[in-house]
Ligand binder design. Sequence first.
Ligand SMILES: NC(=O)c1ccc[n+]([C@@H]2O[C@H](COP(=O)([O-])OP(=O)(O)OC[C@H]3O[C@@H](n4cnc5c(N)ncnc54)[C@H](OP(=O)(O)O)[C@@H]3O)[C@@H](O)[C@H]2O)c1
Length: 122
Amino acid sequence: MLRLLVFRKNGQIGWELERSLCVLGQVTALDRRDVDLLQGDLIEECIKRSRPDVIINAAAYTNVDEAESNESLAFAVNAAAPRSMARGASKKLVRCSFTTPLTTCSMVPSRGLGPNMTIRRL
Ligand SMILES: NC(=O)c1ccc[n+]([C@@H]2O[C@H](COP(=O)([O-])OP(=O)(O)OC[C@H]3O[C@@H](n4cnc5c(N)ncnc54)[C@H](OP(=O)(O)O)[C@@H]3O)[C@@H](O)[C@H]2O)c1
């Protein structure tokens, strides 16, 4: 059975995904209490432990108005955390900001994350 791991089940997208993806397989949806996205090593450990076939990142710092005054937090959530997910992933990582699923090896410099939030080659 396909195993899907969703980061941040309480956001708008995460909430929908937890419910809609269950037709595809076994969904494990995590919130703040399960893993702190500011700790990259915990993210990688969590992925290695649950060995998902697909990882979906529904977490994002979405407060655009405050992103520039809170740049380090925005960068941590929108760039560093996805980088840790990609490092922990052996198969696919889906980032909701994109319309296209990305393989970990295709996560090269990308557009669409907003200023200062580009994911660089891992
Ligand atoms: N909503 C849409 O229609 C839509 C459409 C296309 C793409 N997207 C993309 O999907 C992604 C999620 O959007 P959304 O609408 O679901 O956003 P949202 O409702 O604001 O949810 C964001 C999630 O990220 C988590 N988060 C935010 N700041 C955090 C922090 N400092 N540390 C840890 N976790 C943090 C939140 O966790 P908590 O629940 O613990 O607060 C929340 O679950 C974004 O990249 C967005 O661009 C959304």
